[in-house]
Design a protein around this ligand. Structure first.
Ligand code: PMP
Length: 289
């Protein structure tokens, strides 16, 4: 079942207009959430980012935060999913041709929930390969990567390059050549001094919710961390590399382009991922109390 505007409808009946400006112009926003044991993880953070994205494109979300939470819960319940990945999409809605948002009085609101499919265990033990692609991350003043928008062609073009080089994920540099982020992930590396590094928000990236958690975990574990401007070479000389997002959590990277970083997942990467999993369990326990 799909939640469309105000109700649950069967997948086959979940249809939207060809005049929807989300379809015509990529005009809209979204969030991806993870459900563990029937509980939406970090809902408040995702909702906050959804409203931030909406504000940045001048879109009024047609629901209150608690109504969105209720709708997500209804969707996962209707689909009988305890382990799921949920996508909330809000587009500008249907309207005549033309870019003016005021042509669309009614945003389209959609929730899709899919059963969570585990990633192959080898991805976590052996790590994945990534490529630093030619496609640069959107220039912030042109289209701010902090907006989680439906306009995803930048990321799609990068993904095509990654696929062509048989890589699991593409890493994009920003217009200045600084390491930015993956197509659907943030990136971290451990440098030669053992410092956990990740691109700063000002480089022009999405402020990942997982990224924020990893920085907190680094603090808790007493690891030094640095948010900054890094180059391609910093990746090649890293001791460990990993990528993060809501559904993959912490995914070890063992090759960057043709450079083999290491033979298997790194020690700090595994430590951070274990702590992340503990935090998920703590969250679920606290929720159930
Ligand atoms: N960067 C981009 C471009 C993304 O699409 C995502 C996935 N939402 C992320 C980073 C990771 O964000 P999060 O940890 O909130 O899932």
């Amino acid at each position: 079942m799909i939640f469309l505007n105000n109700k649950l409808v069967p997948k086959k009946k979940a249809l939207i207009s060809v005049f929807d400006h989300g379809f015509l112009y990529g005009d809209g926003i979204y969030e991806t959430l993870r459900v563990y044991k029937g509980i939406i993880f970090k809902m408040d953070e995702h909702i906050a980012r959804l409203y931030r994205s909406a504000e940045m494109i001048g879109l009024t979300i047609p629901k209150k935060p608690d109504e969105i939470t209720k709708a997500v819960n209804e969707t996962i319940a209707a689909n009988r999913q305890k382990e799921a990945v949920v996508r909330i999409t809000i587009s500008r809605g249907p309207g005549p041709l033309g870019l003016d948002p005021s042509l669309c009085p009614k945003p389209t609101f959609v929730i899709i929930s899919n059963r969570f499919r585990h990633y192959p265990a080898a991805y976590y033990s052996k790590g994945v390969k990534v490529s630093i692609v030619n496609t640069r991350r959107n220039y912030g003043p042109a289209l701010d990567p902090r907006i989680k928008s439906l306009n995803f062609l930048n990321n799609v073009l990068a993904k095509i390059e990654a696929k062509n080089s048989k890589s699991y994920e593409a890493l994009m540099l920003n217009y200045q050549g600084y390491l930015a982020e993956g197509t659907i992930s943030n990136v971290f590396f451990v440098n030669k001094k053992g410092i956990l590094c990740t691109p700063a928000i000002k480089v022009g990236i999405l402020e990942g919710i997982t990224r924020g958690m990893i920085l907190d975990i680094a603090g808790e574990l007493g690891l030094k961390s640095r948010e900054g401007c890094f180059r391609r070479n910093d990746m090649y000389h890293a001791r460990e590399v990993f990528i993060t997002n809501t559904s993959m959590e912490v995914m070890p990277v063992t090759s960057v382009d043709s450079v083999r970083i290491r033979g298997k997942a790194g020690r700090l990467t595994a430590m951070i991922h274990n702590r992340y999993r503990e935090k998920v369990s703590e969250y679920i326990e606290a929720y159930n109390k």
